[in-house]
Design a protein around this ligand. Sequence first.
Ligand code: PLP
Length: 361
Amino acid sequence: MEKRIYNFSAGPAILPEEVLKEAQENLFSLPGVGMSILEISHRSKTFDEIIQGADKNLRQLLGISDDYSILFLQGGATLQFSMVPLNLMPPKNKADYISTGVWAKKAIKEAKRVGTVNVAASGEAENFTRIPKQEELKLDPDAAYVHFTSNNTIYGTEWKKEPEVGSVPLVCDASSDFMHKKIDVNKYALIYAGAQKNLGPSGVTVVIVRKDMLERSQDTLHTYLNYKIHAENGSMYNTPTTFGIYIIHLVSKWLIKLGGLDVMYKMNCEKASILYDYMDESDGFYKGTAQKDSRSLMNVTFRLPNEELEKKIIEEATKAGFSGLKGHRSVGGLRASIYNAFPKQGVADLVQFMKDFKSRN
Ligand SMILES: *Cc1c(COP(=O)(O)O)cnc(C)c1O
């Protein structure tokens, strides 16, 4: 088999090797079924077990109660930028958004098509290098909900804990740090995440929605855009991404086998500190772009003394088997995405490579 290299891509991103191997082994024919996961009906008993298994595993890992529905939808996190306001904003017609980066801004853009958006805080003047402090949030106690982005994939910042929003429903775009640690789901009215960063392949989006929120979905909404319809139909109003849900089932099984999200979180902290600690000791050669108290465990963003060196290190790293280190085109620099499935050894090897590069340059 072709040797695998280190994949630092921000998304679609690395998946656990065990998951890829199991999927590969079973792709031709699922054990006891005699057909591929790619060929079976979403209405079959086999697929029903797969989607129920994924639902059960997510509930177990995150401690999600029966007060919540878990939906497996399509259209990426991007469609959620529209579905959240379409379903949750009426009848108040106004919502609070915390602007911490490009994805938050895209969510705001769509929400503005539905009603009034109060930007409760924006990090744009500081180039989104940090998460706003609680006392900086100008929240409207009468808002339909507050929307925030738990991890800012492009800027490498993350919320260390949820914003406090009183009794206003809290909505979170958790696309790039979903399941990287245990969170208290009861604090949220809705969490959504495109799977392709930390949970599975592209094409499937997980939405965890508190059931009382479904009462807000109006019958006049287009059918596919209505959360209530998806919840009532167990995510099978239409054909769901069967393969994507199958992989989520395998990834969630892998997380459980590993020991759950507290174990995963500990591993994520260890991995990220190997990289951040080295950057901080590099006499300013590698400079983190996020402020220290806002640093992401998932996306480590940094710069070198000049763009020429950045170009050079990316070229050399690619040759050495470290793929996907180029920063997002809107910010430049480098970004190492080290999601759940990324191995600790890969981070240590990258640091060794960075040390060698520094001494040569
Ligand atoms: C990648 C990403 C998105 C966009 O996801 P799509 O699935 O491409 O629509 C939205 N929000 C965050 C935080 C992301 O990282």
